[in-house]
Design a protein around this ligand. Structure first.
Ligand code: PFF
Length: 450
């Protein structure tokens, strides 16, 4: 029998694995998307549905994905191939691994563009560009910024370069070192900002906005958005958690780690929401500004409030940490695949894949200016098409088949033995991965593509 191809890297400790996975999970999704979709979908009512999605679907699939990675002990396609060989199941399952590798790379192409906005705004804030800005000026600043293909390309390149420079050094000297700086940094900044939020006099209003349920604003669409976001925010369906799991030694409990990851991701999203809305309301601004919340509304607040330079710079610094620690996790599945299956050195793999994602990302750069009116899929720009293909197609398909694979290909003993599932939760977990998660994800998938 041919030798199984296995990953040779390993995390130094259980804690660093958990931190890296939290780094992947906490990103633009938490700081940028969660607050505004919550605002648009009924505040507390949406948060309740979102928490249910996280617990009933997100958590079981997260456990499933990490378990597959550790059991297969290789890049996503190879990990699945290894398990398929052991269980004698269909080779078609390997497609799940390819979906993961491609999905991560494609999402990186446009995530890097938006992360670039974060770095640009960090630099702007540092140099006092927002100081004294009013609403019209903030709008104009944003419009001018996205209208420039060369500017956006520059910041997109900075993000891609930083991502490559981190991953090129490998798991211990690259990813772990970056995570050891970025995650404590992110947490400290978030707490400082929370401290500031308590002084705005708007924390109560912000609390009410986020937690008081308004069920009339909750539509079927809101439920779909909540489930889609639960996936995105936990970095599911793209092999990230699988590849991070493949570097995890056998004696770590996957269930315990997953609970930490889910709790941290959720708590950070909620605190970020509280902070953002306190700053917005505290400065007499409106919350319902949709996707512009971070890059149009907040700069007005930072421009007007006392200490705006300091808090604005901290805030965008936090956005950069969150986005970069997610970006490195998007490229890692493909890197490990090129290394293990195609004999690439890590250096060659990182630069090749980085260049690929950078080039494709140019399409997203242009979507905000020269190609603004060029449509690819139906009425979607290049950026919109990439977002749709990854978030609405590849991600739910990846998540659904991950659950099905773990639920149906493995026996209960195999599943529970690898993940360290306590016996009292075993049956519930089985029902969730076999039926509940796949069915609900399938419904979301059909709804969102039709
Ligand atoms: N979880 C990240 C966020 O909330 O911004 C996004 C993400 C990271 C999605 C890694 C997918 C992925 F593989």
């Amino acid at each position: 029998m041919a030798q199984l191809k296995l990953s040779t890297q390993a995390w130094t400790s259980q804690t660093i694995f958990i931190l890296a996975a939290i780094g992947s999970a906490v990103g633009l999704g938490n700081l940028w998307k969660f607050p505004y979709i919550t605002g648009e979908n009924g505040g507390g009512a949406f948060v309740i549905v979102y928490l249910l999605c996280i617990l009933l679907i997100g958590l079981p699939i997260l456990i499933a994905e990490i378990t597959l990675g550790r059991a297969g002990k290789a890049s996503p396609p190879q990990a699945i191939a290894n398990i398929v060989r052991e269980t004698g199941s269909s080779k078609l399952w390997v497609l799940l691994g390819f979906n993961a590798v491609m999905g991560g790379l494609l999402i990186l192409t446009f995530y890097s563009v938006i992360a670039g906005w974060g770095i640009a705004y960090f630099v702007d804030s540092l140099f006092g560009v927002f100081s004294g800005m009013n609403a019209d000026q903030a709008q104009q600043h944003f419009d001018d910024f996205v209208a420039s293909p060369s500017g956006l390309t520059f910041w997109h390149s900075v993000v891609m370069l930083l991502t490559i420079l981190i991953v090129v050094k490998g798991v211990r000297s690259g990813i772990e070192r970056a995570i050891n700086i970025m995650m404590p940094g992110l947490l400290i900044i978030l707490l400082v900002l929370l401290g500031y939020a308590t002084t705005t006099g708007a924390l109560g209003q912000s609390f009410e906005f986020l937690f008081k349920p308004n069920f009339s604003a909750l539509t079927t669409d809101s439920v779909l958005i909540a489930l889609g976001h639960a996936f995105f925010t936990l970095s599911l369906g793209f092999g990230t958690m699988m590849v991070y799991g493949s570097y995890m030694p056998k004696d770590y409990s996957i269930v315990r780690a997953s609970l930490w990851i889910v709790a941290a991701d959720t708590i950070i999203a909620l605190i970020a929401g509280l902070v953002i809305f306190s700053i917005v309301f505290g400065n007499g601004l409106e919350a319902g500004s949709g996707p512009g919340l971070l890059f149009q509304t907040l700069p007005i607040a930072f421009g007007q409030m006392t200490g705006g330079w300091f808090f604005g710079t901290l805030f965008f610094g936090m956005v950069v940490f969150a986005a970069l620690s997610s970006a490195i996790s998007m490229i890692e599945p493909a890197i490990s695949w090129l290394e293990q299956n195609w004999g690439f050195t890590r250096r060659k793999a990182a630069w090749t894949l980085g260049l690929f994602s950078w080039t494709l990302g140019l399409g997203s750069v242009l979507s905000f200016n020269l190609w603004k009116n060029v449509h690819f899929l139906q009425d979607k720009t290049f950026f919109g098409t990439m977002d749709f293909l990854t978030s609405n197609v590849m991600l739910p398909l990846g998540g659904m088949f991950t659950a099905l694979f773990v639920g149906w290909v493995w026996t209960q003993q195999q599943r529970d033995g690898e993940s360290g599932m306590p016996p009292k939760w075993s049956n519930l977990y089985g029902v969730l991965v076999k039926f509940v998660a796949p069915v609900l994800v399938f419904v979301v998938f059909v709804e969102s593509v039709t």
